[in-house]
Design a protein around this ligand. Sequence first.
Ligand SMILES: Cc1ncc(COP(=O)(O)O)c(C=O)c1O
Length: 371
Amino acid sequence: MIERIEKVTGMVHRVYNFYPGPATLPLPALERAQKELLDYAGTGMSVLEISHRSKEYDQLHHEAMNLVRELMGLSDDFKVLFLQGGASTQFYMVPLNLHVEGKPMEYVNTGRWSTKAIKEARLFGEVRVVASSEEEKFTYVPEEVQFSDGAAYAHITTNNTLYGTQWHSIPKVANDVPLVADMSSDILSRQMDFKRFSVIYAGAQKNLGPAGVTLVIVREDLLDRVPENTPTMQKWKTHAEKDSLFNTPPTFSIYIMKLCLEYLKEHGGVSAQEKLNREKAKILYDIIDSSDGFYRGHAKKESRSIMNVTFRLPTEELEAMCVEEGAKRGLIGIKGHRSVGGMRASIYNAMTLEGVEKLAQFLREFREQHQ
Ligand SMILES: Cc1ncc(COP(=O)(O)O)c(C=O)c1O
């Protein structure tokens, strides 16, 4: 049976997938899942079919947690949670678990996802937007921000998926102000001093694995901030105390995430991945910068993202043609978000150098034909 499946994989048609998420995953991780799908670890059952209380599942669940710890270099002061509901659920779980009567919750507004997070926080108390790039169409990240000493917490979105902007430094906060980050679209893409954050959350479907699981990392001492009368499932503490096995977790998503994390570890971890990501991003930004204005980047240079490369062409007709012709070459998902327009190539961890080189070659030729 396994032999037959391997043959099918050998013939399978794969394209270069630049979608912003769910996004491309490492092929070896998918192939491993394919091989193991019908009989997981000799159980005679699929991982889709086994109990989350079985020893086989328990083992993979904890292995996935340990991989997150190891790859991010987290100390024991942090709890790693696997939750559901996407990063969007954390938009309200953050204020729910961290707000403090009489203290403002402080946010930097760098795009649509920060805006949504701010809207949810307002349900819980006073929100102060300490900086925003909205007036300039979110083309940059205002990194010189001043959070106040008395804030309940400070919140940033480290990578702005729609606009292709990214924080390149970690803002300063007073010692007792927790720094919270939505890292949905750049987690594990570059080395960072993760200790400087108190809470990190990310939907898995860009850099970690498939949709369905949300990674939340919380400094343990913050788990007691939540009001007693909060519904059980909405407290991080509930999940932290049971290692995210309080109720049925999204087992299959966690399993695939584990395979993706193993792949990352085997290929040199975050430092090697960062080197590759910077190389990939440079290839595309060089194409934009050397195009004599044919390709125009959306993001200001100093705020450019190494995960989402956004740009425009001279006309919308050319943009539509570029998307269509790219697709014919197996370069899929390069249309920009409808609210920004233009083009966007999402080059998350699993996008190969080869894929980016193919896209660069296509963009070079497209310009030659149409400039
Ligand atoms: C930075 C960022 N935050 C939050 C979200 C929302 O994530 P989810 O769909 O998991 O709720 C996204 C989705 O693209 C995102 O890019």
